[in-house]
Design a protein around this ligand. Structure first.
Ligand SMILES: Nc1ncnc2c1ncn2[C@@H]1O[C@H](COP(=O)(O)OP(=O)(O)OP(=O)(O)O)[C@@H](O)[C@H]1O
Ligand SMILES: [Mg+2]
Length: 300
């Protein structure tokens, strides 16, 4: 089957809980919501892209473990192709406990990567990448993802990167290989040792010929075109849970790129999409259609 977008990155199962702003430790609390859902930057982005009717496959491993079965089923529910997942005995996706503050939607994440196996270069098949329209990788599974980026470059397949944190030198190498590098401001600050989005963009642009975008939650996003820095404000929304907002921004940016939208349009599309995700509990609970995004952009 022809795959348009290949996605690789940490596979995670989220357990999301709506928690009160303050509670007594060591006691029992009934909460209004606990949700088990697939999560993580690359996983959530894959779902956003697939839900836009683009043939999208996730790369990585699977096993008969309960968590792996949940992760795989969660992909299938979002139309993500799981046929390239390779069986690997004892494989476990990472697991995250996400506490969502019921007052303001802020999320705190605790995660474990026990028994997690990132994609190994020896399991990568060059033909997968050669024949696709876009490669999407995160900055966590760096060994396999670096290899994927090198192959994508060799075959002129464009790439979108979601880099949050990790080894500075490896992330810089990924940035140098990538075409569209989107990272949160704190990640950009760590890499550049600078503070403002504008300064971070200038420094990071010296590492790559790719398009850089910096996001900063409700403060919006920044990108530099040939001459100017564009600031895209975040769209106002009734925030329920910010889990997966950044991931959705990346996925929606990739969709807009495949739709041949220009930089300004891509930022608008990604921001509008992410703001709608913030108004739902869980990063994969709701996928807006193109009409909703257009209405959000036009404020109707
Ligand atoms: N509270 C919010 N209201 C509206 N839009 C938001 C909000 N939070 C985030 N966004 C949108 O999502 C984009 C990405 O968010 P953010 O910078 O928090 O990503 P991130 O740090 O990678 O988060 P994540 O943990 O979800 O990956 C922002 O630039 C903005 O457009
Ligand atoms: Mg993120």
């Amino acid at each position: 089957m022809k795959i348009d977008v290949l996605v690789s990155g940490m596979m995670v199962v989220d357990i999301l809980t709506k928690v009160p702003s303050s509670f007594n430790k060591g006691t029992k609390h009934e909460v209004s919501k606990i949700l088990v859902q697939g999560g993580a930057p690359a996983g959530n982005a894959a779902c956003v892209i697939a839900k836009n009717n683009i043939k999208t496959a996730f790369l990585g491993y699977k096993s008969t473990s309960t968590l792996s079965q949940i992760a795989t089923e969660e992909f299938k529910k979002c139309n993500v192709d799981t046929s390239l997942l390779i069986t690997h005995a004892n494989f476990q996706p990472a697991i995250a406990v996400v506490n969502v503050d019921s007052k303001n939607g802020d999320r705190t994440v605790f995660y474990s990567t026990e028994n997690y196996q990132p994609l190994r270069p020896k399991d990568i098949n060059e033909v997968w990448i050669k024949n696709c329209r876009l490669l999407f990788v995160d900055g966590y599974d760096v060994v396999g993802n670096l290899e994927l980026l090198k192959i994508a470059k060799k075959y002129n397949v464009p790439s979108v990167l979601d880099i949050e944190s990790g080894d500075v030198n490896i992330l810089k190498e990924m940035i140098s290989l990538g075409n569209h590098i989107i990272l949160p401001l704190d990640g950009a600050q760590t890499l550049s040792k600078l503070s403002s989005p504008e300064d971070c963009l200038e420094y990071l642009s010296s590492l790559t010929e790719g398009q850089l975008v910096i996001t900063d939650g409700a403060n919006g996003s920044w990108a530099s075109d040939d001459k100017n820095i564009i600031h895209q404000p975040a769209y106002k929304t009734k925030v329920v849970d910010t889990t997966g907002c950044g991931d959705a921004f990346h996925g929606a940016y990739a969709v807009a790129l495949l739709d041949n939208k220009n930089l300004k349009e891509r930022l608008e599309y990604a921001s509008a999409y992410a703001s709608i995700i913030a108004s739902h509990f869980g990063g994969r609970s709701y996928f807006p259609n193109k009409e909703e995004i257009t209405n959000k952009i036009l404020n109707v």
